[in-house]
Write a protein that binds this ligand. Sequence first.
Ligand SMILES: Nc1ncnc2c1ncn2[C@@H]1O[C@H](COP(=O)(O)OP(=O)(O)OP(=O)(O)O)[C@@H](O)[C@H]1O
Length: 796
Amino acid sequence: MKNMKLVDIVNLDNYIVGDSPDEDEEGTFELPDTIPLLPLRGTVAFPGTVMPLAIGRQSSIKLVEDCPPQAVLGLVAQKSADIESPTGQDIYRIGTAASVLKVIKMPQGTINLIAHGVCRFKILEIVGKEPYLRARVEALPIRSRMTKKMRALVLNARHAAERVFALSPNLPEEASVLLENVQDPSSLADFIAATLNLSVSEKQQILEQTNVTKRLENINRKLADQLEVLELSNKIHGQVRESIDKSQREYFLQEELKAIQAELGQTDRHTEELDQLEERILATKMSKKAQAEALRELDRMSRLPVASPEYGVIRSYLDWMCELPWSISTEDKLDIQRAERVLNKDHYGLEKVKKRIIEFLAVRKLNPKGKSPILCFVGPPGVGKTSLGKSIARAMGRNFIRISLGGIRDEADIRGHRRTYIGALPGRILQELRKTGSRNPVFMLDELDKIGQDFHGDPASALLEVLDPQQNDTFTDHYLDQPFDLSDIMFIGTANYTEPIPEPLLDRMETIELPGYTQGEKLKIATKYLVPRQIKENGLKKNQINIKPEAIDAMIDKYTREAGVRNLERTIAAVCRSVATRIAKGTSRKATIGASNLAKILGPREYEPELAMRTSTPGVATGLAYTPEGGEILFVESAQTPGKGELNLTGQIGEVMKESAQAAWSIIKADADKLGLDEKLFSDFDYHVHVPAGAVPKDGPSAGCAIYTSLLSLLQGRPIKPDVAMTGEITLKGLVLPVGGLKEKIIGAKRAGIKTVILPSRNRKDIKDLPKEATQGIDFVFVNKVTSLVKMVFKN
Ligand SMILES: Nc1ncnc2c1ncn2[C@@H]1O[C@H](COP(=O)(O)OP(=O)(O)OP(=O)(O)O)[C@@H](O)[C@H]1O
């Protein structure tokens, strides 16, 4: 009865004291003809229930006061609870007659009345209105027959009510006990109706239902309705509780974890680490998106136990994010005079290349935002490609990075692995950027011609993205998974050849050729750069060693055979080391290295002239080849064996060279008569053309002349002059066509001791462009046809 408001008459609670008078009793209850009517607000009274009612209206108080003990009242529901002084129109015509059990006067002047409903009645006529309503009434007979249907209805109502009561949070527990005690179907229906949470009109409808079967049917419907609502609300309640429980559980586990970590002495370090990381993330000027991602990962990390592997993965990811130079750039020094000075100081010669680099820097100075071309230095090893890159970086005041792409086969080397891989790391580009600490270095991609490709994707296509100015401002490494701007990096490629570089990659770059050096150029480079550098690097002083030019010449000529100067520098280093050893042992005498004492330090000369020996018999011609190491002479040997006139080719020669050999063979067979060759030579023998150094693949059309000469020399039994070398493509009609790589080839020929070089006539102009030093001491013979060639090559 808590929260009871003193408003006229309200239902305080319903209690059953047992079954109401059964059908007969209810039916036979002696109801007076006229009874006073007590209007109820917001509730309906049922027979069989005991109801405490709080009475506050003056007319009602008067009614109760007038009642003798055990008096019978008519409890009728008001149609609307708002009406203060209801008349006969404002109340329902059917109500419950109740006998007064107890009257309790309250101190505020109100009354609490306990009444027991006994039977239904019908108002026949209102006979008095003041001071309270009085009516002539008659008891309503109840129609109830215990049929099977009735039993089923009772059973169902009882079960349903039990569940409803169990699910209803506000019902007193006694309700269920009382339910068990009610046996009579009509009383059961009334009890349930009184207890259920129904509207006044719904309850009134049940009260008016004198047919018990129908009343039970109605009750069952209401119960089913309520049950559905209660179950649904219970389910919703359960779900809400479940989600609260889950978050509570997580919270408790977190707290527990903290406690465990505290026990283990980890909390402080853990929170300290997280705080430091957060500070670093906020201090790093990365893109907003990247920062948001980093903070998200940090949040995830904060919820992981320190020992979990995931924790370590996120930790190193965040380290990477914080250590990349997102916004750290070095300031460009675009002072052209200074750049020129730096380039000249670091490198001898290479005028064309230096000029191009200076132009490049000048354009950059005038238009810093413009997309400058990507340079690609192409030339044999040791000609200074890498060191030029370093000089450019020095001249511009940028950091220098070099990665070698030789053997890179996996796209992930460039672009990194996704973080889901165990041990994933970013690709080489970002790794190097982190090391160098600035986002605008000079970035040298070495050995572009050696990029491989396999089933792990195509590294060249990843490089394309790196080099493409349209896309490289949002280069996305798989590991970082955030765009990183590479557009301020100055990329420079290097390669020995352009042919193996994938076409789209080559397309993006401007190639600058660095041909090999002549003997004289090498001598100058050695004297000006390599010797002083090696003296210094080996801890010597200038007054302790003197390497004479003749010694350097001998080193170039006899100990190194290369287009560049790398081996030369190594040989000079070997000389310096031996002097350093002597000095370290205590000798104070200045060491003078001449050509004569070189052998003592370096051992016997590595390259012996083999020309005379090799070409002394018929069938050996000297050709000229262009290799990654620079120009070389190349011997073409032919041999004859009994057979049927077939031509065999060996020495790892490629398709193009094979075709040249077939052409040479056909020309000789066609001209057999003119050349004075016996037919039997072609029917009784097989021929074998071999190009030695069989481990090195060789290809290209320029060996045509040499193959022709070699075969002819064999067939005619005439040896070729040892100091003659030749290069040129031949056609089936015997024409000699021009070839490339002349500078290297001629330097190579000179190095090998060749005195006469036979060239296609159409290469005459190229010879004019070569440095004098390269061509000095060599006779050039230009030929148009193989017939002219023949006249020049044989001894006698
Ligand atoms: N013109 C030159 N003047 C001075 N030094 C030179 C010159 N050319 C090359 N060098 C020196 O030769 C050495 C080898 O050069 P570098 O390493 O740049 O060769 P590279 O062309 O990059 O070779 P690779 O193709 O094998 O990478 C370096 O010490 C370089 O300083």
